[in-house]
Design a protein around this ligand. Structure first.
Ligand SMILES: NC(=O)c1ccc[n+]([C@@H]2O[C@H](COP(=O)([O-])OP(=O)(O)OC[C@H]3O[C@@H](n4cnc5c(N)ncnc54)[C@H](O)[C@@H]3O)[C@@H](O)[C@H]2O)c1
Length: 399
């Protein structure tokens, strides 16, 4: 008796999504897209809205259209410009317009998103908003898409200078992985994806690191197409192991309620670096610079030996990735970045730092002075690679 009425509602939402590998998804004889996922079947007579990165449309649009025609699917194809500079609200609104014009049936007609991480993040975000959630399917066409953006549950776009500041947790019903798309990707974007794979290796798996050390440069040059048996084995193992480790980390913490996430390695300083240097640095390049900096920090703390740091820096270089960018010369930027991350991580740094290669711990006590020392150490090392340049740009290192 007495007091105001008070209710508590508690519910658990079950999540199930599928990640299906199949090379040559749009080969007419390949039925993976039609029957490969039990929760997203497609049959003759069905309609589908397909939002496709406009560059991917130029390269593969003919095959995509021919595939749907051959299988009797009435596909409406909407090409969309999708790069970091336009990863903004306007792009979401264009996808929402397309969904509205299509008159989507949210029970039966998942939207298909075909493109890199930018495209799948935009379409996923729009789908998660339209009618409070419309199913969608991802077909990533970049390496970042295959091993990272395509397999988690996050969607989003940038807002002003805030990286992915607007977004939702909205898993795709299914993601179809087809590494044959990578044949047309620039080496710079291949390297960009290898950065996220290297992240998983550095914090979780010395074996994956060893694979990158022995085969990374060759699989990069091969664009993970597996043109020899050895390269095919290495590419398959690198992609599968990286996704496996990523999903192992994501599954118990899909909604990120635990803020100590080792998959955030490389993502403490990089969001600020990436947005500050935009469009100069790609996402994976900013991530690898963050990892190079925190490797230096861990070296100063005695958690990573100099020999291990050398191996890490050599692999970064072999993968055609930068160690350094001149934005690191501004210590206040690193401090701002750390402050922003602390806000995002509920008042603590929760900074994943490597221990040797393949293991990690979380720290909360990184100081500004330590950051400056780490940046100085890394700067000396990077200048060893590129004596006269402040910036080591991957296109100069690679092909
Ligand atoms: N949602 C997540 O969990 C998550 C995870 C990691 C990264 N991301 C996001 O992913 C984005 C980066 O994705 P990205 O690296 O795929 O970049 P991207 O989507 O910008 O694609 C890179 C470039 O390659 C082109 N392209 C795409 N596929 C191609 C192909 N097969 N052949 C030739 N060109 C092709 C694109 O048009 C674009 O110009 C960032 O915005 C990042 O925030 C999201």
């Amino acid at each position: 008796m007495g007091g105001s009425p008070y209710w508590t509602v508690e519910a658990v939402r079950q999540v199930r999504y599928h990640v299906v590998s199949s090379n040559g998804l749009f080969d007419p004889g390949n039925t993976a897209l039609l029957t490969g996922c039990p929760d997203a079947p497609m049959s003759p007579g069905d309609r589908r809205l397909v939002v496709i990165d406009q560059n991917v449309d130029t390269l593969y649009g003919h095959d995509v259209r021919a595939y749907f025609t051959a299988h009797g699917i009435d596909a409406t194809i909407v090409p969309l410009r999708a790069d970091e500079a336009v990863k903004q609200w306007d792009a979401v609104s264009r996808v929402v317009d397309a969904m509205n014009d299509f008159g989507i049936d949210r029970r039966r007609e998942p939207v298909l998103a075909v493109g890199g991480g930018v495209l799948t993040d935009i379409v996923g975000f729009a789908a998660s908003l339209y009618r409070r959630g419309t199913p969608y399917i991802r077909i990533p066409t970049t390496l970042i898409g295959l091993v990272d953006a395509g397999v988690g549950v996050k969607t989003g776009v940038n807002y002003e200078r805030g990286k992915n500041r607007l977004g939702t947790y909205a898993p795709a019903t299914a993601t179809f992985l087809d590494r044959s798309f990578l044949r047309s990707l620039s080496l710079r974007h291949i390297s960009n994806g290898l950065a996220e794979i290297l992240k998983m290796a550095l914090i979780r798996s010395e074996d994956l690191f060893a694979l990158l050390e022995s085969h990374g440069a060759a699989v990069r040059a091969d664009r993970l197409q597996g043109t020899t048996e050895d390269l095919a084995r290495a590419s398959d193992a690198i992609i599968a192991e990286s996704i496996h480790l990523m999903l192992e980390e994501l599954q118990p913490n899909l909604w990120e309620s635990a803020l100590e996430r080792c998959v955030d390695y490389g993502h403490t300083f990089s969001p600020t670096l990436e947005m500050h240097a935009l469009p100069e640095l790609l996402h994976g390049e900013a991530v690898v610079i963050d990892m190079a900096l925190t490797t230096a920090l861990a070296t100063l703390r005695g958690d990573v030996s100099e020999a291990q740091a050398d191996r890490i820096y050599n692999v970064i270089q072999a993968l055609g990735l930068p160690l350094w960018n001149e934005v690191l010369e501004d210590p206040s930027l690193l401090e701002d970045a750390l402050r922003d991350t602390v806000r995002h991580r509920d008042g603590q740094q929760r900074l994943p730092l490597p221990i040797g290669i393949g293991r990690h711990r979380f720290v909360n006590d990184v100081t500004s002075a330590e950051l400056r020392d780490a940046a100085r150490l890394l700067g000396d090392r990077a200048r060893g690679y590129a004596p006269s340049a402040g910036t080591l740009v991957p296109e100069q290192v690679g092909a």
